[in-house]
Design a binder for this molecule. Sequence first.
Ligand code: NAP
Ligand code: ZN
Ligand code: ZN
Length: 351
Amino acid sequence: MTHTSVAAYAAPAPKAPLERTTIPRRELGAHDILIDIKFAGICHSDIHTARAEWGEGGHFPLVPGHEIAGVVAATGSAVSRYAVGDRVGVGCFVDSCRECDNCRAGIEQYCTGELGNVGTYNAVGRDGEPTQGGYSTHLVVDENYALRIPESIPLDAAAPLLCAGITVYSPLAHWQAGPGKKVAVVGLGGLGHMGVKIAHAMGAEVTVLSQSLRKKDDGLRFGADAYHATSDPATFEALAGTFDLIINTVSADLDLNAYLSLLRTDGTLVQLGAPEKPLTVAPFALIGGRRSFAGSLIGGIRETQEMLDFCGEHSIAADIELISADRINEAYERVLASDVRYRFVIDTSTI
Ligand code: NAP
Ligand code: ZN
Ligand code: ZN
């Protein structure tokens, strides 16, 4: 197979700073589109992966980036869904088996095929080549794993919807956030700020649970009805037994049992954050109120398109800080310090 060489930012080894390099992209297959990447969001998962926090191994040099927004630059001979010039996005996976029950049901993120869902980076595709992500100028992807970005959303602020947006939309939809439901969002970072905007647009009553009140004005502007500091023990007393649904977006260890106590009977705490160490759940924190502790992984292609269209209709996009590629390492440090308002997005023309 022949390849084209394109510019990218890669982590040469686990924990090493990212640096400019070139990577190969495959030639267009019949069902492929070539995307001229315009913007790539920085997700906390990029950092977990580039630092090998989710286990040893990994395909280094590693180009992170799974919040990709761009424009179709070329199409393969059999492409029917997209044309040159279309505004498109790519999220966390670029392929799946297409045959298992989950793929057929449109929840390809839970593909049970041999390769599972093929991650946009740090995975191996069906061609046997490692995948490389969106901190890059171009990407070749099967048209069935691309999404259409509504005209009403600016491309830079749309990029974070491809991971942060769908990761919160999917559990909010699944657990039926809406009028009459009380939803709490733990952590006001990339995922969290999208969770507030989307849950509010779905009609739920939304509370932010953040480490401090530093970002309270922003949280209320995003649509929260209430905002509490989790550093204040009074928060847990005042809100005991309150919520139907809590989505936990925190990237670090939390005392889950304290948060479970905030659920009403039959309430559900959905774990979205993926810290490196196991979490501890006390049985009685669940048994007492028939509570559930659940997890959720991004969303399928169909639901991701539904989320993008929902955001287009409700004029929802991410609040972003646009950076040049030479500031990626600095941005990583700021994300780790919870100093992000509320998603860093790389202008890929600077790579
Ligand atoms: P982020 O922008 O860094 O936001 C995480 C937020 O968690 C921070 O803004 C902060 O909010 C809070 N936080 C951080 N450290 C904390 C600590 N020590 N104690 C309490 N709160 C803390 O990260 P993100 O990109 O939204 O990603 C969040 C997590 O979700 C990551 O672990 C990521 O890997 C994971 N993720 C999962 C999926 C999935 O499919 N399940 C998809 C994408 C990402 P406050 O300042 O408001 O407290
Ligand atoms: Zn992500
Ligand atoms: Zn499958």
